[in-house]
Design a protein. Structure first.
Length: 72
């Protein structure tokens, strides 16, 4: 399955206004939910990979969470 993201979701990070020292971990960011459709998986253990096949510019996506929902 391939999914091409055309429009970027650029939002400012937040949280640094309350910090006295620059954080080592990332700041809070509002991520956008994207539904990519249905995929068929075989029963049992396997590997699911997310890859950036093309990187326009010098950075790829920031990825936070993948949720799978079993359908009948």
């Amino acid at each position: 399955m391939n999914k091409k993201f055309i429009k970027s979701h650029e939002v400012p990070v937040r949280g640094q206004e309350n910090d006295r020292v620059k954080r080592r971990e990332s700041y809070v960011k509002d991520f956008k939910e994207i539904k990519i459709g249905k995929i068929n998986l075989t029963k049992g253990k396997g590997e699911l990979a997310l890859q950036a096949l093309e990187i326009p510019g010098n950075e790829s996506i920031e990825f936070r969470l993948l949720m799978l929902e079993k359908v009948q």
